[in-house]
Design a protein around this ligand. Structure first.
Ligand code: SAH
Length: 268
């Protein structure tokens, strides 16, 4: 594709190394009887080998300037549906699919949130993102990277950092190293009220310099007194910070809030 200028604002860093492309495809392991949704086809670096696998492929590309090229490239495949649009607004009509893509850097968190929302339909995700974002997703309690996004992702998926890819394998080269992350739905069944759980964690991390208690009172728990009682039951010191809590702690906290009727009215 000559004469095309990559658009920075759309995070266009096209894969140019066939060795890396082959490796990613090997990880995705496309099967002819499965559906794959690709985010951001670009110039088709991953789209073409995915199409060749025979899988039912839905390729979503935002940039209208690339659609003509892609349509031509994919013209002989009747297993490919090309959609010109914003992936974040895309609602799949299919259930059970693999979600893949070398993501534009600016939409990596929204894509993870999309995957969390649609977890029940996802068979696996293979997503290339900025290395630091993947490290954040893989973080554990006690780390400064432990966050609502990491927690919500871990609630639904097993997360594996598969490989790091140097900027030199892209054209144009991004400023940062990329990582390929794999998300596979886990078998954990959460019995807690998940909407409240999400509210609790978002509120707990609201201002990181504050203690957990000061983040929760009064938007989730009415008074400091009630919060201290709950912390006591959980054997947590009153100056605990959200970063220190495990997923089990947050589940426990949510359940105690529901059972003890300690919720502030703001949570309704
Ligand atoms: N998969 C290709 C392109 C990666 S660059 C490759 O690996 O070479 C990221 C691609 O995502 C670009 O083509 C960009 O136009 C597209 N893109 C950016 N924002 C998007 C969005 N919101 N929805 C769908 N595609 C998007």
């Amino acid at each position: 594709m000559t004469g095309y200028r990559a658009k920075k604002r759309l995070g266009q860093n096209f894969l140019k190394s066939s060795i890396i492309i082959d490796k990613i495809i090997e990880y995705i392991n496309p099967q002819h009887d499965e559906t794959i949704i690709e985010i951001g086809s670009g110039r088709g670096a991953l789209t073409l080998p995915l199409a060749k696998s025979g899988a039912k492929l839905i390729a979503v590309e935002y940039d209208r300037d690339l659609i003509g090229y892609l349509r031509k490239l994919l013209s002989k495949f009747d297993n490919v549906e090309l959609i010109n649009g914003d992936f974040l607004e895309y609602i799949p009509k299919v259930t059970k699919y693999k979600l893949v893509g070398n993501l534009p850097f600016n939409i990596s968190s929204p894509v993870i949130e999309w995957a969390v929302r649609n977890h029940h339909n996802i068979y696996a995700c293979y997503l290339m993102m900025q290395k630091e974002v993947v490290e954040r997703l893989c973080s554990s309690p006690g780390s400064k990277d432990w966050s609502p996004l990491a927690i919500m992702t871990k609630i639904y998926f097993d997360i594996t950092n598969l490989l790091s890819i140097s900027p030199k394998y892209f054209n144009p080269s991004p400023k940062v190293t990329s990582s390929l992350v794999k998300l596979v739905p886990n078998k954990i069944k959460i019995k807690t009220d998940i909407r409240l759980f999400e509210k609790v964690i978002r509120c707990s991390f609201h201002q990181r310099r504050k203690t957990l208690l000061n983040n929760l009172v009064p938007s989730i728990i009415n008074t400091a007194e009630e919060a201290k009682n709950i912390f006591n039951k959980m054997e947590l010191p009153t100056n605990t910070r959200a970063e220190q809590l495990t997923i089990e702690n947050f589940i426990n906290l949510t359940d105690l809030l529901v059972n003890n009727n300690n919720l502030s009215n703001n949570t309704n």
